[in-house]
Design a protein around this ligand. Sequence first.
Ligand SMILES: CC(=O)N[C@H]1[C@@H](OP(=O)(O)OP(=O)(O)OC[C@H]2O[C@@H](n3ccc(=O)[nH]c3=O)[C@H](O)[C@@H]2O)O[C@H](CO)[C@@H](O)[C@@H]1O[C@H](C)C(=O)N[C@@H](C)C(=O)N[C@H](CCC(=O)O)C(=O)O
Ligand SMILES: Nc1ncnc2c1ncn2[C@@H]1O[C@H](COP(=O)(O)OP(=O)(O)OP(=O)(O)O)[C@@H](O)[C@H]1O
Ligand SMILES: N[C@H](CCC[C@H](N)C(=O)O)C(=O)O
Ligand SMILES: [Mg+2]
Length: 485
Amino acid sequence: MKLNKLLETLTTLDIAGKTDGGIEGIAYDSRLVKPGWLFVAISGQRADGADFITEALSKGAVAVVSENPLELGAGAVHIQVPRARRALAEIANAYYGDLSRKMHVVGITGTNGKTTTAYMIRDILRDGGFLPGLLGTVAYEIGERSIPASRTTPESPDIHSMLQQMKEAGCDSVVMEVSSHAIALQRVHGIDFNTSVFTNLTQDHLDFHKDMETYFNVKAELFHLLDKRHDRSAVINLDDPWGRKLVEERKLLANVVTYGFNERAMVCASNVHLDANGTSFKVYTPWGEARVGLQLLGRFNVHNALAALAVGGLAGIDLKRMAESLGNIKAIPGRLELVPNRRNKKVFVDYAHTDDALRNVLTTLREICKGRLVVVFGCGGNRDSGKREKMGRVAAELADYSIVTSDNPRNEDPGAIVSEVMAGFENQEQFEVVLDRRKAIEKGVRSVGRKDILLVAGKGHETYQEIRGAVIPFDDRETVREFVG
Ligand SMILES: CC(=O)N[C@H]1[C@@H](OP(=O)(O)OP(=O)(O)OC[C@H]2O[C@@H](n3ccc(=O)[nH]c3=O)[C@H](O)[C@@H]2O)O[C@H](CO)[C@@H](O)[C@@H]1O[C@H](C)C(=O)N[C@@H](C)C(=O)N[C@H](CCC(=O)O)C(=O)O
Ligand SMILES: Nc1ncnc2c1ncn2[C@@H]1O[C@H](COP(=O)(O)OP(=O)(O)OP(=O)(O)O)[C@@H](O)[C@H]1O
Ligand SMILES: N[C@H](CCC[C@H](N)C(=O)O)C(=O)O
Ligand SMILES: [Mg+2]
C-alpha cells in the first residue's frame, strides 16, 4: 500500500522524506521488522521503541513513526505524530482496509465473564446463520482455525491482520473480548463496534489503573464510541452498580439494552433453578419470552447468558433458537470445567483470579456440595496485589479448607505473594500453604472424597506457569488427572 494513502487519515506533526513509496507491513516491535515495513516506535512501561529505530532501519524499515522529532537520512521516511499508539491503530486500520466496518462486530468488556459470554455469543451467532470469528483470552478463532491466544485483546495491527484472515475465511462477524488494557493502550481505537457489552466491574488490574473510578472510565470509553446514527447498541448489566452508573450517566448515544435479574432490565431472568447438572431460568426480552436450560453452573452464568441473548436478539436471531444454542454448550474451557475421572471425584478447574469471581464460584459450588468444599488457589505476581488478601478472605469465608499455592508468580517472590493471601485468613486451621502448585493440587485431590468438591482456581485454560520470568508447561486439568488417576 502507498504510504501517502496511509497518511491521509493520520494526524501528523511533521513528515520528512518521500511518501510516494509502498509499505509491505507494519511492526511495533523492532525485532519483527521485515524489509519494506513501517515501524511505529512506542514508549512502553519497560522500554522505549524509539531506542530501537536504528535496529528497525537496519532490518529494512522504509518508514518510521514516532512521537519525537528525528533525522533519519538513508531514504527512510520519518513521520512525527502526537500519540504513537493511536497512530499505530489508525495506520493498521487503514492498511487492512477498515474491515471492522464491513463486519458485524461485538465487543465485550467487564472484569469477569467476558470469555464465557464471548463463547455464548459465538455459538448464538453461528447457529443463527452468521459466520463469526472470535478474539479472546483462550483462543483466536479464524474460520476453521483456532490459535491459542497470547493476549485477551491483541495489539491493533494483530487485530486487523486477523480480521483480514477472518474475511478471507468467509467470516461476516467477530466476537471480541476487549480488556481494559486494550482500551487504555489504544488497541481497539478505530474499531467500529456494532454492539458493546458491559458485564460487570469489580476489583482487578489496579496495578495498571490505580483506582476503580479510572478503571471504570476506561471501560466506559468503549460505550462512548458507539453512535446513534448507525443504530449501534450498548448491552449493559443492570444488576452491577457500575453498569447502572454507565446507563444513568446518560452519556450514551447508542441504543441501550439492559439485562439482569432486576425487574427493570429489558432482558430479564426470573425463576432461576440451580443444581449440580445445570441452571435453568425464564427470560423476558423485547423479542419474546423463553425458558433457558444451561448445562453450565452458577447464577453468574445466567448473567452471561442474558448478555448473549441481548446481543443475539439485537442481531435479529430467534429467541427459541438462541435458547437452544445456549443449552447445547457443554463447557467453556477452564471455566468451572469438571475434570472427568474414574474415581468420580468432583474436581473443577476455574479461572477465578479476583475476589468477586472466587466468591461467585465458591458460592455456586457450595450450593451443590454435599460434603467438604476444598479450594486450591494463589494469586498472580506483577499484577494487582490489592486483591490477594481479599481472595484469602473470600476463601476463608466460603470454603471449608484452602490450600494456598502459587499462580503465575512472574517476577515476584512466590512466598511473599502467598503471605499477602494468608493475611485474609484469621484461623490457622482453615488453610495450609503448599507453594509448589503441582504438590498443592496433589494434596487437594487426595484429600477429597466422593461427596466433597475440589476447586482448583486461578489458571483455568492456561497451559503454562510463569515463574521468575521462565514459562514452563503446566495445565491444572492434566495435573488433576495425573493424581486422580
Ligand atoms: C501492561 C501492558 O499491557 N503492557 C504492554 C506494553 O508493554 P510495555 O509498555 O511494557 O512495552 P515495553 O516492553 O516497554 O516496550 C515498548 C515498545 O518497544 C518495543 N520494543 C521492545 C524491545 C525491543 O527490542 N524492540 C522493540 O521494538 C516493544 O514491542 C513495545 O512496542 O506494550 C507491549 C507491546 O505493545 C505489550 O506486549 C505489553 O503487554 C504485556 C505483554 C502484558 O502482559 N499485557 C497484559 C497486562 C495485558 O494486556 N492483559 C490484558 C488482559 C487483562 C484482562 O484480563 O482484563 C490483555 O488484553 O491481554
Ligand atoms: N458474569 C460473571 N460475573 C462474575 N464472575 C464471573 C462471571 N462469569 C464468570 N465469572 C468468574 O470469573 C472467571 C473468569 O471468567 P471469564 O473467563 O469468562 O471472564 P473474563 O472477563 O474473560 O476474564 P479475563 O479478563 O481474565 O480474561 C470465571 O472462571 C468465573 O470464576
Ligand atoms: N488477564 C489476567 C489473567 C490473570 C490470570 C492469573 N492466572 C494470573 O496470572 O494472575 C491478567 O493478566 O491479569
Ligand atoms: Mg477473558
